[in-house]
Design a protein around this ligand. Structure first.
Ligand code: SLL
Length: 279
């Protein structure tokens, strides 16, 4: 899709939208993940690759199409999903069954790299962008604890999820309106049908500032305050990560200090030995 020129850009403005992409895999078993009939006997896992909003908030208003390129050993390995088609299918489903993101469900036996191509709303004028994700079927890590962290709290699922933020730099005015019009509580309908109309846009920033309860609003750039089961990306997780990085930095600084000291001591020793040798 060739980018269209959608009028003037909003200068000095950068809008971001958080999203999550990745894979969730489960080994087949005899109880709650039985290999479906027709699935080859050498397939060991069922898995899903997805692109979705944080806390399953909608993303179809800025992300219009996703193409997943799977391993060539998989029949039909190019899978293209359109937001419009998914939305139409959703109309016939009860709210709890509606699909909020882009997802491909498959079965297989091996891990490989999946190419994920993102196509934006044509009014954005953005070129498609490619992400790469390695499908994980097996937990990995240097320690049991690291492996366990990939097992999604004992559900048996192997999760490999990545948090990302899509940046729209100086968006076109029309697209800016789409992005910023209609922040609202989750589960409430879009204003003006599809969010193109009636402006509640000014409330977005205020909503983020007043996010004391931690509820994520639709059509906002918010992420939850607290980590919850199945929702690992939050302000809380961010703070923990910052703490971990700070502690790592301190440790490295400490190691550098120790090394410098021992290096100086060795140099002094060397100088003394040289002196003794010359005498
Ligand atoms: C490996 N380099 O050797 C990888 C290749 C391919 C995975 C993994 C087949 C699924 C199907 C499948 O799982 N391919 O036949 O539908 O580990």
């Amino acid at each position: 899709m060739a980018p269209v020129n959608a009028g003037k850009r909003v200068k000095g403005v950068q809008i971001h939208r958080p999203f999550i992409y990745g894979t969730t895999a489960r080994p087949f078993n005899d109880t709650d993940n039985v290999r479906p009939p027709g699935v080859p006997a050498d397939h060991t896992h069922s898995w899903t690759v997805f692109v979705k909003g944080v806390e399953d908030t909608e993303i179809f208003y800025w992300l219009r199409r996703v193409q997943f390129k799977l391993h060539e050993s998989i029949p039909n390995h190019l899978r293209t999903l359109d937001a419009e088609t998914i939305s139409k299918e959703n109309e016939t489903k009860p709210p709890s069954k509606r699909q909020k993101g882009f997802a491909v469900h498959e079965t297989g036996w091996g891990e490989f790299e999946i190419t994920i191509k993102l196509y934006y709303d044509s009014k954005s004028g953005e070129k498609p962008q490619t992400l790469y994700h390695h499908l994980r079927l097996h937990p990995y890590g240097r320690t049991e604890a690291e492996k366990e962290a990939m097992r999604n709290n004992g559900t048996g699922e192997v999760v490999a999820w990545t948090y990302e933020e899509q940046l729209f730099n100086e968006p076109y005015e029309e697209f800016y309106k789409i992005l910023t019009t209609g922040a609202r509580d989750k589960g409430t309908p879009a204003p003006g049908g599809g969010g193109k109309g009636k402006g509640k846009g000014g409330k977005v920033a205020a909503a983020e500032e007043n996010n004391v309860k931690g509820d994520v609003k639709e059509r906002s750039a918010m992420i939850p305050l607290q980590t919850r089961p199945g929702q690992p990306f939050s302000r809380e997780a961010e703070q923990l990560e910052i703490k971990r990085i700070r502690e790592g930095e301190e440790k490295v600084q400490d190691m550098i200090l120790q090394m410098t000291r021992s290096h100086k001591a060795k140099e002094a020793e060397l100088a003394a030995l040289k002196e003794a040798n010359a005498a």
